[in-house]
Design a protein around this ligand. Sequence first.
Ligand SMILES: NC(=O)c1ccc[n+]([C@@H]2O[C@H](COP(=O)([O-])OP(=O)(O)OC[C@H]3O[C@@H](n4cnc5c(N)ncnc54)[C@H](OP(=O)(O)O)[C@@H]3O)[C@@H](O)[C@H]2O)c1
Length: 240
Amino acid sequence: MAERAAIVTGGSSGIGLAVARMLGTQGYKLTVAARRPEKLQGAVEGLRADGIEVAEVAGNLADEETIKRVVADHRDRYGRLDVLVNNAGIGIGAAVGETETKKLDIQLDVNLRSIILFYRECLEMLRAAGADHRKALVVNTASIAGKHGQAWLAIYSATKHAVIGYTASMNHELAQEGIKSCALCPAYVDTPMTDFVKGQVSPEEMIQPEDIAEAVRFLLSVSPQCIVPEIMFIRPGDAL
Ligand SMILES: NC(=O)c1ccc[n+]([C@@H]2O[C@H](COP(=O)([O-])OP(=O)(O)OC[C@H]3O[C@@H](n4cnc5c(N)ncnc54)[C@H](OP(=O)(O)O)[C@@H]3O)[C@@H](O)[C@H]2O)c1
């Protein structure tokens, strides 16, 4: 394969780490970004031990300057971007009457605003990749909560609905330039994010992070003419 490079946000654990590992083993040079530096460092060391070329940028992706730093760092190091994985996300449960503005803002900023800003900051490199091979890919991790409203997770659910909508718009706006976008919509995945529910649903009953990584591998394998706007991942018994 010709040289390829990817950015994965939220790449320090769970779904992002599994996708980063899949991309790295496929030969992609990586930049991974996440909030906590020590956790990110540990993940990066694990990837390097597998022979993957990877750089890391730690910081809060609710902050526009951090996003600019991630993209500038990646551009300076690799000079190209073929795959952007907008995966960092946060869910904070609360009843509607107990909505705290700070918790509202962090979910809007990380789950939605950061994706919009990453598209803007990465557009030039994505356009170059699209012109080169017509298979530039942006993967946005939404959620099954982006397909159905969820009580006590209403803000999270709203941000994920918005991610699906934004992804659809990006396909209308950018697909002709060889830039494809896909929203991933999983139900429970066995990651630290679902620790809160593991008393009721065991990790073995959950979707595995590697299942999501396999879906990204599939997205990379289809022809330039084939756009997959979203993928749902549900478990036996889950509502469609
Ligand atoms: N697990 C599920 O059941 C499930 C289902 C549907 C959708 N999702 C979505 O999948 C994505 C990945 O979640 P996961 O399940 O893999 O959980 P996870 O293991 O907790 O990973 C979340 C990642 O996002 C990063 N992150 C969170 N807030 C950030 C911030 N403000 N700035 C920078 N990085 C930040 C985390 O870094 P730190 O740990 O350092 O904060 C971590 O790398 C999220 O968008 C989530 O909404 C998950």
